[in-house]
Design a protein around this ligand. Structure first.
Ligand code: C2G
Length: 133
């Protein structure tokens, strides 16, 4: 096992909420150093045909300011996951269980862990709640 043990997680982290905070905190417990890939605006547009509420610069600044986070980079493409894991020398990849099984192909280069999502909170639900008030 290498030291320091590096954990990597990915996310959009738009309209940052406690579910995002909890996954970051729990991911950090899997190693000594936490690196976070924040998905680019263009990648979100490609996936969901809409831009996030907060720009990639704002989302990156919020995630970088979190105590458990050591390094942040922009995730520009879903296809580059293996390159990102290798580049950042990830020992563990942590994702919420909405992604369960989807990253098992990387088990040849790192540990892959899926953690339960924090219940009853999501960016989509928050946007709906705010728009309806
Ligand atoms: N999450 C959570 N609990 C919630 C909401 C989100 O644990 N109530 C977790 C998700 O499972 C994910 C992380 O928070 O691991 C970031 O969630 P999103 O911002 O929705 O990220 P997503 O759009 O899934 O982007 O390449 C993968 C993408 O970058 C992931």
């Amino acid at each position: 096992m290498s030291f320091p043990r590096t954990v990597l997680t990915f996310g959009t982290f738009d309209v940052f909420h406690v579910g995002h905070l909890r996954i970051v905190q729990r991911a950090a417990e899997y190693g000594d150093r936490l690196v976070v890939g924040v998905s680019a605006d263009a990648l979100n547009f490609k996936k969901k045909s809409r831009y996030p509420v907060f720009s990639e610069d704002e989302r990156t600044a919020i995630v970088a300011a979190l105590k458990p986070v050591d390094e942040v980079f922009l995730e520009e493409s879903l296809e580059l996951k293996r390159d990102y894991l290798l580049k950042h020398q990830a020992d563990v990849l942590v994702m919420g269980d909405d992604w369960a099984g989807r990253f098992d192909e990387f088990k040849d280069i790192c540990e892959v862990v899926y953690l339960p999502r924090t219940p009853a909170i999501s960016t989509t639900a928050l946007i709906e709640k705010i728009s309806n008030t």
